[in-house]
Ligand binder design. Sequence first.
Ligand code: GLA
Ligand code: ZN
Length: 682
Amino acid sequence: MSKFIFGKPINMLLHGGDYNPDQWLDYPDIFKKDIELMKQAGINEATLGVFSWAAYEPKEGEFSFEWLKKVMDELYDNGIYTILATPSGARPVWMDLKYPEVMRVDGMGHRNRHGFRHNHCLSSTVFRDKVRIINSKLAENFSDHPGLLAWHISNEFGGECFCDNCRERFRDFLREKYHNDINELNHAWWTSFWSAKYSDFNEIEPPYTNGQFSINGMNLDWKRFTTWNYSDYISTEIDSIKQASKNKNVPITTNFMSRFYGIDYRVLAKQLDVISWDSYPAFHNDEETYADTMLLAAFDNAIMRSMKKDTPFLLMESAPGLVNWMEYNKVKRPGVHEQFALQTVASGSDSVQYFQIRKSRGSAEQHHGALIDHVGTNETRIFREVSETGEMLRRLHEVEGSIMHNQAAVIFDWENWWAVDGAQAFSRHTKNYDKTCFSYWRKLMEFGVEADVISMEDGFSDYKLLIAPMLYMLKPGVADKLKTFVENGGILLATYITGYVNETCLCNLGGFPGEGLTDLFGIINTEIDTLYPSDRNEIVISDSKYGKTMTVKDYAEILRVIDADIIGTYKDDFYSETPAITVKKHGSGKAYYQAARCDISEMCDFFKCLLDESGIEIKKLPEGAEYHVRYGEEHKYEFYLNISDDIIEIDNISGTDMNSGDEISGNAVLKPKKYMVIRSGK
Ligand code: GLA
Ligand code: ZN
């Protein structure tokens, strides 16, 4: 089943990006030249107005949209659609000087000065009023423009504000959550510890850096509040657009930033029509291989895609060449851009968009990569590579609207991430929750199995295999959902650090993993050993179908088995010969418990068993191949990428090669950085 982002097919994959003609209003020739160059590079979309507030409203209440009208008209006449941003990513100077409350207050309680961008207090009613006014004007004037494809709300939300307005709203948030009962809050936060008990909601302050930052439940609620405040603020933006729009059917998005720590994106996602995000992998860095970097980018795509599984997402920004904000800004090597772009589409995106189409002449991003460099011609390597990417997207246009049907899922949950990080326990250096989730997802990719990446609150029933790494916190109902999943025949793998606390970080009583999961897995975790970086242990596997041995590092829980089969035991230390991996059957379902962090490269046989038992088909791939599948109404689209440094050979291909149009049946060879897209019947 296909689902089209814009309500109906537009018969193209979008190829475009942030474009800032308002920086060049005094250079009329530049705009003409840009349009020519964009067409040459196969650009069909421009994201306008992301930081244009000062150009729209140079003085309070004085508006000027003529330039935007001219730009949108001319782009459209030249086959280039617009995604129009609301300009709240940066505020004009006049606003900050007249209404200082719009500027953020930091964790020490100091108000920022005017400057930079993204530095607003989302609780400020003045700020929200100003946003409402400018958005309404934009919607009145442009919602029915034939070139308008989508609205882009603000830019890359992030950060916290500790001002008095935010403090009041935090208190209100808590009053509602704890039913106006301060004792309920005191219990949930365990404030009898260190004399932290509150007698009134008015006594509560945000977790200032120099204040009350030691209550785990409070810190978590503050992060939830911050997410809620973003989501509430986004409603203001969305409502103001919808109310003033002549055409109310234009989809709305905002650009996410992969695993951005500070906001639970899945809460924001509920308000958006389409998910979009900005992908800036650190290509060719010192710590990772090319395959590491690529697969991490694919994992991030999977997180984004899984927020709205039945609709493609958009890659709102990526760097055509280099970025300017990393420690070292290395250029993408030849061929990397096109393969990265293809991977994004393979992962479920219906666009490849850039920051930026033309470099700004001055200021902070003048050296950031762009389609059009200061030289102003098409004679750059980046221009050529982007143009080739444009051709590739044209060839693949029928992929538009196709989606994935994945049978496995990995739980990667923002609130759990905050909770496990916030716990004063284990090691400060090795928790690595997100990278641990990634390692499981990546392992499945080795078997040609792409998993969705979901939260603990998502539905599990679409899946046959569920992997829940380090699910430290169990929100209400999650343990029951896991039990139902297994009772209905699902294969579940949980790991060390599962089920320690409830949703306000109170420890589960009666044994970990809590909430009845000791019954599901048939084990109780009695202790956890945190290893130093050089410590190693080993798990000896008793049934060879699961492997032989696995190296243990970082974490090892000591288990008491109540009622489970033991698959592996520790080799060394005072807990040698005690269980380290167990399984308990429930009907046709199984609940696996992996009590220690293992070297995942030694878990191939184990994963093979999990997949076999789940009934998920394994695809034989050579090392260095990355594989994705999207399904349209009539066709299946299989994407093969060579992310290794060697030539690889893929077996058992059958269908049409969408690059060459050739029918292929049998083997095909892929050089490094190359890819192949095969269309076949479903
Ligand atoms: C982010 C922002 C853009 C730009 C790019 C540079 O993604 O949204 O405005 O600053 O980074 O990489
Ligand atoms: Zn504030």
